[in-house]
Design a protein around this ligand. Structure first.
Ligand code: GLA
Length: 329
């Protein structure tokens, strides 16, 4: 053997590498579960969470789960796969205590986003970390915008009515439509011309069906103002209104999210979808992912309750605002 001294060196190097691998901190893996993965809002949340994963160097596991059973089995899978944390917008907030217990048993840190968990008595679980929108305030801005646009158009209260497509089983949704209704009342809109169209499901078909029922009951209304939980709630109502001959000249709706209405704004001809309160998908995706990463890595616990704001976008300004917020090139 020519260089016998190399052998022990090689063995030493190999052993050192092995020892280093054994002592290295386990790779950080974070699950990000959303209730409606097909909706642009949640896709954008994921996109921003992925950006955080790339920048900070952790593994992001994206999970779509439309019911409670899927949520519970996703927690099992994450734990089995070595994840340390879960960020979740649950399809069912009433899963609250069960979900918390399951995550704890699985050793997963839990950060809820968008929809706050509720306990058995229906109260928000304020001890579970949460990042969501300032729902009441953003709803009020929807109501104020509708009242201002009605005035601009010279529509009288006698000719006009409000369609609030509601989804009261979800607290944040109720806070939004309640906020819009309160602001309309504060602007002087008569309470007896504000009608709720309760949605059976929180998606476009849910508000389409609910609005159609209302429109059948109120055939004499000349102008409609529309508010809802989110863009999809307003989109469903707008489609129902168009089905009855209403146009941008006779109906206006203001959504919330600003992400699920872009196609609508890009249509050559304006539709009754007037505007939307654009939320910060970056805070909801990037910031939550970063908070969870820091919590796992350095034990830095995030704030228990973080609320984000919204800004009005319309056909006039949406391109520029989306660009400014890094949502569109
Ligand atoms: C709820 C809604 C979503 C979105 C988020 C924002 O989950 O269903 O469309 O508005 O809140 O937090």
């Amino acid at each position: 053997m020519k260089f016998p001294f190399l052998l022990p060196f090689r063995a030493f190097a190999a052993l050192t590498l092995l020892a280093l691998a054994a002592h290295a901190a386990p790779a950080i893996k974070i699950g990000f579960l959303v209730k409606a993965p097909e909706e642009p809002w949640f896709q954008l949340e994921w996109k921003f969470a992925e950006q955080a994963a790339k920048e900070l160097g952790f593994t992001l596991v994206k999970i779509g789960a439309s019911d409670g059973e899927k949520v519970l089995s996703a927690i099992d899978n994450l734990a089995a796969g070595g994840a340390q944390g879960l960020i979740i917008c649950t399809p069912d907030t009433k899963l609250g205590p069960g979900l918390v217990a399951k995550a704890r048993a699985a050793g997963l840190k839990l950060l809820t986003v968008d929809d706050q968990l509720v306990s058995a008595n229906g109260q928000p679980m304020t001890k579970v970390h949460y990042l969501g929108i300032s729902a009441g305030k953003i709803g009020e801005d929807v109501g104020k915008t509708l009242a201002a646009e009605m005035k601009k158009r010279g529509w009288t209260a006698a000719d006009t009515a409000v369609c609030a497509a509601t989804f009261d089983e979800l607290a944040t949704a109720k806070a939004r439509t309640d906020g819009a209704i309160n602001a309309l009342k504060a602007a002087g809109f008569p309470e007896n011309r504000i009608f709720k169209a309760p949605q059976r499901t929180g998606d476009i078909p849910g508000s389409f069906d609910a609005t159609n029922i209302l429109l059948t009951q109120k055939p004499d209304v000349k102008y409609w103002l529309v508010c809802a939980n989110n863009d999809n709630g307003v989109l469903g109502a707008v489609r129902a209104l168009e089905g009855r001959g209403f146009t941008a000249a006779t109906a206006i709706g203001v959504g919330i999210n600003g992400t699920d209405c872009i196609v609508e704004f890009e249509k050559a001809k304006p539709t009754p979808f007037f505007g939307s309160m654009l939320l910060s998908a970056k805070s909801h995706g990037y910031d939550t992912a970063k908070m969870m990463y820091n919590w796992i890595k350095d034990g830095k616990e995030p704030a228990l309750d973080t609320r984000t704001v919204g800004v009005l976008i319309t056909r006039e300004n949406f391109r520029q605002v989306l660009k400014e917020q890094g949502i569109r090139d």
